[in-house]
Structure formats: C-alpha cells, structure tokens
Ligand binder design. Structure first.
Ligand SMILES: [Zn+2]
Ligand SMILES: [Zn+2]
Length: 294
C-alpha cells in the first residue's frame, strides 16, 4: 500500500500543479479576447475585415474542445512523464538559466513536433484543422483539434522530463509557448524590427506558414524562435502576398468536418485494396503521398 501511495502521490500532486497551465490560460483568456476585439475593430476601420461570426465561433468551439482533450491527455500521460523524470539524466535546480534552458529546449522540440505534424499524415490529420482556415487573424490561433493527443503531440515533450525538467514545469512552458504563438496569427502587423524578425517567430513568418502558395508550403515551423528554421533549412521570408488555407481547400463551416476530414480521408486510403505493407504507409508517409506513385 505504501509503495502504491508513493507511486501515485507525485501524480496527485502534479494534477494540482498542472492546474498552473489552466490558470495561465484562464488569465490569458481576457487578453486574447480583448486582442481579437481590437484587431476586428482595426480591420473594420481600414476596410479589411476578416472576422465573421460563424468562423470566429467555430474557432472558439475548437479551442474549448481542444483544451478539454488536452487536459484529459495530460492526466493520462503524466505518470509516464514522472516515470522518466525519476530516471532523469540531470538534477536541474530552478534558476533563471534552467528556466531559459527549458524554454529554448521546449521550442527546439516544438519545431520538430510541428515539422512532423506536416510531414507525417497521422499527425497532419490533427494539425490540418489549424490550417484549413482561409483567413488569418488572431482567432485562427484558436482553431485546434481535439485529436492532438491521439496524434501524439505529448511524445515530443517526453525528452524534457528525461533530461531533468519537472513535468509540471514542462506543461507550463508548453502553454506559455502556445500563448506567445497566439499573437503571430495576424495580418495587422507587417514586419517587426529587423533583429526581432531575425530571432523570433513573427506574424510575417507565420503568415508564410499558413499560406498555400507553392513557395510557402511546409516552411517556417517555428514556435517562438525562428532560428530553428534557419538552422534546419525550412525558412522562407514573406515576399509574395499569402493565400491562406490548405492545398485542397475544404470550404466547410462544420467544426466536426474541420476536425475529422483528414482522418476520414486517411482511413479511406488505408482501406483501398493492395498489399497491407503498402496500405499502412498511408499512416506515416507525407500527406501528399499517393500509393500509385511508389
Ligand atoms: Zn503548421
Ligand atoms: Zn498557426
């Protein structure tokens, strides 16, 4: 019994601390709402309104359902994070440099999570929801899928616990990173000072990421720091105007279609007759992969 309690207790403690992430998002919610209101007011004033009630409401519904799924997923996988943390490589004290280290490392793993989300269809099936909007405004940031935990987003943060960062700190830094990324979903900011554009993910860099122009596809995966794209060869600056959305636009106002259309298409491809080994490749090949082009 004592052994069982000692295993379960850290998880119970962490559930309380994981609340930090939700408290952070709750505190940020008024900031998000006011920012969207200001952006909509500004766009209306300059005659470039991109907000519609229907799409904004859909994005809010997707954000809320994603947040619930995300909370449940954290509770389910937390034991795994603590298991790895118990076998951590380093004992890392809580100091300014360890916080900075966690932010930079989390951002590094975010880059690879995001790149994988575009190049592995199993992950794209979730991430496509974020990209199917044909407009770009702050509300687009809210457009997320409930199926991220199934696609395995959390797997990318496991190394952080193994290195020696406390799981509840990892959860909080993931939330702060996503909070930062809310503000890069806008057309209202053209370019920021050159040094900011050189180091950070900015509205300009992220507009490119959401564009379906041929030269912009699968570029600028950055979360907070754009340096990863420059290091790993996926950076493209914004030059031609962006056309937003996905290669084959879905033109839907139904949030269920937004969340599940790619899963449906992937399993339809999987069911098509052929050698099993080849059919299974639809799960991990890039989204554009066609079986007949092998
Ligand atoms: Zn993306
Ligand atoms: Zn985005």
């Amino acid at each position: 019994m004592a052994a069982l309690l000692s295993t379960v207790q850290p998880v119970i403690d962490a559930i309380g601390r994981i609340g930090l992430e939700k408290v952070f998002l709750l505190l940020m919610a008024p900031v998000f709402i006011v920012s969207m209101g200001l952006e909509a007011w500004h766009l209306g004033r300059v005659g470039r309104q991109t907000y519609t009630w229907r799409e904004t409401l859909n994005n809010v519904v997707l954000a809320l359902s994603h947040s619930v799924a995300d909370g449940i997923a954290w509770l389910l996988v937390l034991g795994l994070f603590y298991g790895l943390y118990r076998h951590r490589l380093f004992d890392i004290p809580l100091t300014w440099w360890s916080v900075a280290g966690l932010v930079v490392l989390q951002d590094f793993f975010y880059y690879w999570f995001h790149r994988a989300s575009h190049r592995i269809r199993w992950m794209w099936a979730s991430h496509v929801t974020h990209h199917s909007s044909e407009t770009m405004n702050l509300a687009t940031a809210l457009r997320q899928s409930v199926t991220y935990p199934i696609s395995g987003m959390w797997i990318f943060w496991l190394p952080l616990a193994w290195i020696g960062f406390r799981p509840e700190h990892v959860v909080l830094v993931v939330a702060v990173s996503l909070g930062y990324q809310f503000f890069v979903h806008t057309e209202s900011v053209c370019k920021l000072p050159r040094w900011v554009e050189a180091v950070f993910n900015t509205p300009s860099h992220h507009r490119v990421h959401h564009a379906r122009n041929a030269q912009y596809i699968d570029r600028n995966y950055a979360g907070v720091l754009i340096v990863w794209d420059k290091l790993f060869g996926t950076f493209v600056p914004e030059e031609a105007p962006c056309e937003y959305g996905i290669v084959e636009q879905i033109h839907t106002t139904n949030p269920l279609v937004m969340m599940f259309h790619e899963w449906r298409a992937m399993f339809a491809d999987l069911r098509r007759p052929g050698p099993l080994g080849l059919r299974l490749k639809h799960l991990w090949k890039p989204p554009e992969w066609k079986r007949d082009e092998r």
